[in-house]
Design a binder for this molecule. Structure first.
Ligand SMILES: Cc1ncc(C[n+]2csc(CCOP(=O)(O)OP(=O)(O)O)c2C)c(N)n1
Ligand SMILES: [Mg+2]
Length: 159
């Protein structure tokens, strides 16, 4: 399955979940498929979606939090996977879209086949997707501060 289609199917399931989407085309494809104030797009800092999701889940145990990650970003934040397993936060789900490449930067291979993400992290949904990016996917037009404020309002709104 293409990554865009996987994101489309996942996003169709969400109601009031807070989504933290990883850097790169995953965020951009989520923006195309279903932009909403409850989406936080992690601009630039690969590997930071899960640590942000962990903080959010700790601070807001009443909210469901979904981290939408890539395999490359998950590999970059392996310590956070271990922390997630240690904390076992019931309101956090960690989805990893595994295409075995750093697709956003040109499909350089990752070593995702070397480990079992579900055994390292906590409440991991490991989904295999095809490498490559959807052509002509626009950049997310929001100023990062503006997007963060929109997200913070959404976090407070239904708390
Ligand atoms: C710390 C850091 N290293 C590298 C990059 C460049 N970069 C942005 S997205 C990306 C690839 C992400 O790969 P993955 O998480 O597997 O997602 P995919 O694009 O394959 O869906 C890279 C290397 C970055 N933004 N930040
Ligand atoms: Mg990848």
């Amino acid at each position: 399955m293409r990554r865009l289609e996987a994101i489309r199917q996942l996003a169709a399931e969400w109601t009031d979940e807070l989504i933290v989407a990883t850097t790169g085309m995953i965020s951009r494809e989520l923006y195309v498929v279903r932009d909403r104030a409850e989406n936080f797009y992690m601009c630039g800092s690969m590997g930071c979606a899960l640590p942000i999701g962990l903080g959010l889940s700790l601070a807001h145990p009443e909210r469901k939090v979904v981290v939408l990650d890539g395999d490359g970003a998950a590999l970059m934040s392996l310590g956070s996977l271990a922390l997630a397993r240690h904390l076992r936060l019931p309101n956090l789900v960690h989805i990893i879209l595994d295409n075995a490449t750093y697709a956003s930067t040109g499909d350089q291979p990752t070593c995702s086949a070397a480990l079992n993400f579900e055994e390292v992290g906590f409440q991991v949904r490991h989904l295999r997707v095809e490498p490559g990016n959807q052509p002509d996917t626009p950049r997310i037009p929001y100023d990062p501060l503006e997007m963060r404020r929109r997200f913070e309002r959404a976090v407070r709104r239904s708390a």
